[in-house]
Unconditional design. Structure first.
Lengths: 114, 112
C-alpha cells in the first residue's frame, strides 16, 4: 500500500514568512509524528498526535511552531515568521496505535529559509 | 533534546567486509530500532527489538537489544555497495506509540 507522503518536497522561503508543510500518513495509522533533521544530525522530535487525544507538543522549539491534524488523518505543520535556523528537513512518521509502535517515515520536506 | 550516543560517526570499508555500529544511552529504553537513510529520503526501518537480550536478523543485518536495556548494536555482514547510507539507532522509552529518541547516525561508505 501507499507509504507516508509529504508535500512539498522542497520549500525555499524568505525569513519572516510563514510556511505550511503537509503530511499524509499511511491509511489506518492513527499515530502521527513530526521530527526535524538538521544537517548532519539525528532526528529531533517535534510533536505527536494519537487518535483524538490532545497532541504531545513537548518537542516544539518555540511558539512559532504549531501543528494540527484534521479528521484524524492529514497533518499540517506551520512555522510562522520563519528564521534561518528553521532550515532543516522536516520528517513525518506514522504508526499503528494497536501495533508495537514501529514508525514509518515519509520522504521529508527540505525547508530553506533565506 | 536528548540523543543517543551512536558510534562510529563514519566508516569507510571494503566491499565484503563486516560492519558493526552501536548505540548507548544513560537511561533505559524499552524498544530499540535501527533505520537506514539514503540521500533525499526518509529513514527506512531495518530492525525492531522489543526485549532485553533479543538478537534479531534481517538478511545480512543482525541487531541486539542490550541486556541492560541501555544499548544496542547493529552488524552488517559481507557489505555490498548498496549498503552505503546513514544508519540511525532510535530508542523508545515506553512500549507502543511514543516519540523516538535518535542517535546522530553512522555514515557508511563502501569501497568496491
Amino acid at each position: 500500500g501507499a507509504g507516508v507522503s509529504q508535500s512539498p518536497s522542497n520549500k525555499v522561503t524568505e525569513k519572516g514568512k510563514d510556511v505550511e508543510l503537509r503530511c499524509d500518513p499511511i491509511s489506518g495509522h492513527t499515530a502521527l509524528y513530526w521530527y526535524r533533521q538538521s544537517l548532519g544530525q539525528g532526528l529531533e522530535f517535534l510533536i505527536y498526535f494519537q487518535g483524538n487525544s490532545a497532541p504531545d507538543k513537548s518537542g516544539l522549539p518555540s511558539d512559532r511552531f504549531s501543528a494540527e491534524r484534521t479528521g484524524g488523518s492529514v497533518s499540517t505543520l506551520t512555522i510562522q515568521r520563519t528564521q534561518q535556523e528553521d532550515s532543516a528537513v522536516y520528517l513525518c512518521a506514522s504508526s499503528l496505535v494497536a501495533g508495537m509502535g514501529e514508525q514509518y517515515f515519509g520522504p521529508g520536506t527540505r525547508l530553506t529559509v533565506t | 533534546g536528548q540523543q543517543l550516543n551512536q558510534s562510529p560517526q563514519s566508516m569507510f570499508i571494503q566491499e565484503g567486509e563486516d560492519v558493526s555500529m552501536n548505540c548507548t544511552s544513560s537511561s533505559i529504553f524499552n524498544t530499540w530500532l535501527w533505520y537506514k537513510q539514503d540521500p533525499g529520503e526518509g529513514p527506512v526501518l531495518l530492525i525492531a527489538l522489543y526485549k532485553a537480550g533479543e538478537l534479531t536478523s534481517n538478511g545480512r543485518l543482525t541487531a541486539q537489544f542490550g541486556i541492560t536495556r541501555k544499548d544496542s548494536f547493529l552488524n552488517i555482514s559481507a557489505s555490498i555497495p548498496s549498503d552505503v547510507g546513514i544508519y540511525f539507532c532510535a530508542g523508545q522509552r515506553n512500549s507502543g506509540n511514543t516519540p523516538l529518541v535518535f542517535g546522530k547516525g553512522t555514515r557508511l561508505s563502501v569501497i568496491a
